[in-house]
Design a protein around this ligand. Structure first.
Ligand SMILES: Cc1cc2nc3c(=O)[nH]c(=O)nc-3n(C[C@H](O)[C@H](O)[C@H](O)COP(=O)(O)O)c2cc1C
Length: 338
């Protein structure tokens, strides 16, 4: 079997689940994964996913309609579980008959799983550990993403390679499992598929696609950066558990420290509850990311990026990035066969 045929065979289950040509999910990236990038991803045979982030239901409604105008291929929507309007956002997805919903940002709240599945959509959730993977599947989740700490954006404490070894041998036979975090080349795609993954999810590698609306300054920062520039944020107050965020180093790290102090003080003074404190931190990130992605303020905005940023070397059409990944994966598999 040729490398290409082997790749197609390894991706068959994931591609069938997604309804795409290739088992490659576009990692939803707030502000970046809007209609243009998502449609380009799906038109290139991958599976684009809209990042709802902090959008209101009305904005999500418009974004889904806008994406549908640009592609007739399937795409999904990523919703953050702690969004205060989660229920209404699920209704918006259902009204558009969105086929796949990805729930991010912690374990889904009661009712959300039933509601999404009741709409006929397939539900994909992040599994940060084996026990949670099992729990999610018991509650009816259709597929899992395991994302390691090499990834850009909010991260857990465990690396992709360890999570893949922990979760794939047990769970890959039960539901499709997609591996994310730190994937920049096709050799790694081939490797995870051979370990039992149904497919992969990439974010950082797609930021500099020509179709991505990210500000030219944001793209330039990615093209210049190497792996070691993508660092995890630091928590300064033990009472305020902050999910670390991986981003390129810049002045915004200090701004984040100041924000944590401010929120911790409000907690101290009893002016806000813990839930509200965490929401304020999340809003801070959404605003900081917008400043960098949309306004191009790469000093004070957040440059969320994964360690694979070192493998982003130029702006190029999304279809070219996908073709490169597929060629690298097929060549790696071909070498193993011979
Ligand atoms: C700029 C940026 C924004 C992101 N925003 C989100 C988000 O809103 N929701 C989410 O579930 N993941 C988000 N992620 C994570 C991606 O969906 C994806 O899982 C991750 O980028 C995969 O790792 P990689 O960057 O190493 O490819 C973001 C990542 C980046 C780089």
């Amino acid at each position: 079997m040729s490398g290409r045929a082997r790749l197609t065979a390894l991706m068959a289950r994931g591609a069938a689940f997604l309804g795409s040509d290739y088992a490659i999910l576009g990692g939803a990236m707030s502000w970046v994964s809007e209609r243009n990038l998502v449609a380009a991803m799906s038109n290139a045979g991958c599976f684009g996913v809209i990042a709802c982030g902090a959008m209101t239901p009305a904005l999500l409604d418009a974004e889904i309609a806008g994406t549908k105008a640009l592609t007739s291929k399937p795409f999904g929507v990523n919703l953050i579980t702690m969004h205060p309007d989660l229920d209404a956002l699920i209704d918006v997805c259902a009204s558009h008959a969105v086929g796949h919903v990805v729930l991010a940002g912690g374990l889904p709240p009661g009712g959300a799983i039933e509601k999404i599945k009741g709409s006929g959509a397939r539900l994909i959730c992040f599994a940060p550990a084996l026990a949670l993977a099992k729990k999610l599947i018991r509650s009816g989740v259709d597929a899992l993403v395991v994302e390691g700490m090499e990834a850009g954006g909010h991260i857990g404490p465990v690396s992709t390679s360890v999570l893949a070894q922990e979760i794939l041998p047990t769970m890959a036979s039960e539901v499709p499992v997609f591996v994310a975090g730190g994937i920049g080349r096709g050799e790694a795609v081939a490797g995870y598929l051979e370990m039992g993954a149904a497919g992969v999810q990439l974010g950082t590698r797609f930021v500099c696609a020509t179709e991505s609306i990210a500000h030219p300054n944001f793209k330039k920062a990615f093209i210049r950066a190497s792996a070691r520039d993508a660092v995890a944020s630091v928590q300064i107050d033990p009472r305020l558990p902050v999910i670390p965020v991986r981003a390129l180093k810049n002045a915004s790290s200090e701004l984040f420290t100041a924000k944590q102090r401010e929120v911790a003080q409000l907690l101290d003074e009893g002016k806000i509850e813990m839930g509200e404190a965490q929401l304020q931190i999340e809003h801070y990130w959404a605003g900081a990311l917008r400043r960098a992605v949309i306004d191009g303020d790469v000093e004070h905005g957040s440059l969320m990026a994964g360690q694979s940023v070192g493998m982003v070397s130029r702006e190029e059409p999304l279809a070219d990035i996908v073709a490169t990944l597929l060629e690298e994966a097929a060549a790696a598999l071909e070498r193993r066969e011979s």
